[in-house]
Design a protein around this ligand. Structure first.
Ligand code: P6P
Length: 343
């Protein structure tokens, strides 16, 4: 047939195609659609934050992370929770902004487990620097189903969200930046959908993203150098030694927003790293809703996600907000970092 110039290949179209291929069922597609609605609402809120006085702190004190909550942190969390509740297919949610996982009453079926950071990098909001939402979706653990119904006790909710990243069915993020792009994997490659503001739809723009195997960009907060352990210091020194790289050392790129730094690493290659240090031996990033979903995406794009010593997706979480060191991006670059712990 003659392809119309008005044909839009939207996220909805892609989800229907993946259902036809048997890659996902309609219930999981419904959860993903509800997340895309949340991301559209957050994109609008972030875009207008300066105008509608949504910048600045919420005045709700510190969140569970001990970090000052921004107004948009609270709003983004509410938006995510509302959309997931209204999907009727979500059983439990775990958010960076919630102390404990929350059982969703309004679930008719599906009972999916959704972990998310509703607005990562929000300390950058007031300066208009890119921020993002990160999410992952699991099936409920067999041990938490009683006669086909989801056990909604807190203990069962914690068991449901504390699954290793290798169990993830879906992982994705939405970057709020010069353009708003949702990057998504359902376990068969990585796809990017850019929000068309004229029609309010995410449109397929990146088909089967492959992270370059090598990349001469490193993305670390070198302000922490003095607190790093010796292997990490030696690694960083080697990246900056021109003699080692034919006279052309690596370039540093760091915006202090994981979603922006990771998205650039995914598309251009290189490595993003947040190592442990003398103050925080497990670094700063959270396993459940930052490191595991990003590592699933990285692996699906041919890259790697490691703590420097082990594959992130193999880690069995022991608590909801636990931190792990994260080295993620081009396979060869992550392996080069790991080599400093092997010799
Ligand atoms: P630092 C933002 O707070 C965040 O969680 C990530 O988005 C970002 O990569 C990192 O922390 C920045 O941390 O210590 O370099 O400011």
């Amino acid at each position: 047939y003659n392809k119309s110039q008005f044909e839009l290949y939207t996220l909805t179209t892609w989800l229907l195609q993946e259902q036809r291929k048997g890659k996902i069922d309609s219930e999981l597609a419904t959860v993903i659609s509800s997340i895309s609605l949340a991301c559209k609402q957050i994109a609008a809120a972030v875009g207008r934050s300066g105008i509608s006085s949504l910048t600045g702190v919420a005045g709700t004190g510190e969140n569970v992370q001990g970090e000052e909550q921004k107004k948009l942190d609270v709003i983004s969390n509410d938006i995510f929770c509302n959309c997931l509740r209204m999907s009727g297919r979500t059983g439990v949610i775990a958010s960076e902004e919630e102390a404990t996982p929350v059982a969703v009453e309004e679930t008719d079926s599906g009972n999916y487990i959704v972990v998310f950071d509703p607005l990562d990098g929000s300390s950058n909001i007031d300066a208009g620097i890119s921020v993002g939402s990160i999410f992952g979706i699991y099936e409920p653990s067999e041990t938490c189903m009683v006669d086909g119904d989801l056990d909604q006790s807190l203990e069962a909710c914690i068991t449901n969200v504390c699954q290793p990243g290798k169990n993830l069915l879906v992982a994705g993020y939405c970057l709020y930046s010069s353009c708003h792009t949702m990057v998504l994997t359902i376990g068969d490659g990585v796809y990017g959908f850019t929000l068309d503001p004229y029609v309010g739809e995410f449109v397929l723009t990146h088909n089967r993203i492959q992270v370059p195997e090598v990349g001469k960009i490193y993305s670390f907060n070198e302000g922490n150098y003095a607190m790093w352990d010796e292997p990490t210091k030696k690694y960083m020194d080697s990246l900056k030694d021109p003699a080692k790289w034919g006279g052309k050392p690596y370039s540093a790129r760091y915006i202090g927003s994981l979603v922006g730094d990771f998205h650039r690493t995914l598309l251009y290659g290189g490595i993003y790293g947040y190592p442990g240090d003398a103050k925080n031996k497990n670094g700063k990033l959270r396993l459940l809703y930052e490191c595991a979903p990003m590592s699933f995406i990285a692996e699906q794009a041919g890259g790697m996600g490691s703590t420097g010593k082990e594959r992130v997706l193999d880690i069995q979480p022991t608590e909801v907000h636990q931190r792990v060191p994260l080295m993620i991006g081009s396979k060869k670059e992550v392996e080069y970092y790991e080599s400093f712990y092997k010799n």
